[in-house]
Design a protein around this ligand. Sequence first.
Ligand SMILES: *Cc1c(COP(=O)(O)O)cnc(C)c1O
Length: 363
Amino acid sequence: MNDFKKESDDLRSKTLLAMQRVSESGYYLLGPELELFERNWAEKCNVGDAIGVANGMDAIEIALRSLDIGPGDEVITTSMTAFATVLAIYRSGAIPVLADIVPETGLICIDSVRRCLSKNTKAILLVHLYGYVTKMNDWCSLSISEGIHLIEDCAQAHLSTYRGKSAGSFGAAGAYSFYPTKNLGAFGDAGALITNDNNIAKFSRRLRNYGQSERYHHPILGLNSRLDEIQAAILNVRLTYLESFTWRRREIAKLYNKHFENELLFPLEEPADPKSHSYHLYVINTNYRDLLASFLDRNGIQTFMHYPLPISAQRPCQNIVNDPAGLPNATHHAETCLSLPCHPTMSDAEVFKVIEVINKFRV
Ligand SMILES: *Cc1c(COP(=O)(O)O)cnc(C)c1O
């Protein structure tokens, strides 16, 4: 699924040089590499500010807390996402409310979100699952008409754009993860939030550093959530490869969509605009998931599932508030989804091997 060892010598040597530069600088936290990365990432996303934090989950929590969302407030999100999305809501003190998904995309369903609204709803946390950013006009209209914040979980959507605008730039703030396997990944944990709102930027810079405004002064109770200089330096190097890596992912997805011929499986919706999908994950649905996964495994092809359990099935979430109409689509997706290899280091031969094996699958 992720073959980092196949990355180029060029990338490896530039990364090692960057690490050495940090080691010799004597500056390990909140220094020039982070400042440079924040500028680079804000520019890439075409927003006013990027604030580096320790990981993607913290980026969500800090975004929520910067908007003064906390105990008693409800935040609506999808039942089909990484657990970190929902854990970040809990960590802010707010209450997560789970909406169902659209079967064709796996993304949160707007009608379901409408059913989840209450007088306590403060925000919608939209997850651009697998990297797909779509229907942003509808989400922006809903957030305006209901007077609630829109926050974007962009942990899987680096460089995805909708009508030219970057993931994370539609609502109050966008949260990115640079976990090693994400489309832009560090050599460990890292994350960032992006925003066009100066107050959110200022508040989140304080929150990530114990709530400190200036040395010795802590007007708010913050976190310890800084992005290390060494990780920022690595990200500054890897960022220069991100465009080409992302196009390679899109190319692989296009080949899959074009050449898969097997009635036993259904790829998710292919976007009309390739730029609206970063293909962090290429996901199909099949009623024969376990059989297909073991068939692929026997043919040397690794797969994962994103995600085999909806959030509502996780133990701490048993009593969570859900869409009153239930979560049938998320539950079905959890039982039928399979993620196929879609990594920029894959060769054409490897991509066509996957296609050949998929097309041979029978039950
Ligand atoms: C990876 C991920 C996160 C969490 O990011 P971390 O950096 O691992 O904390 C949050 N949401 C989604 C959708 C993710 O894929």
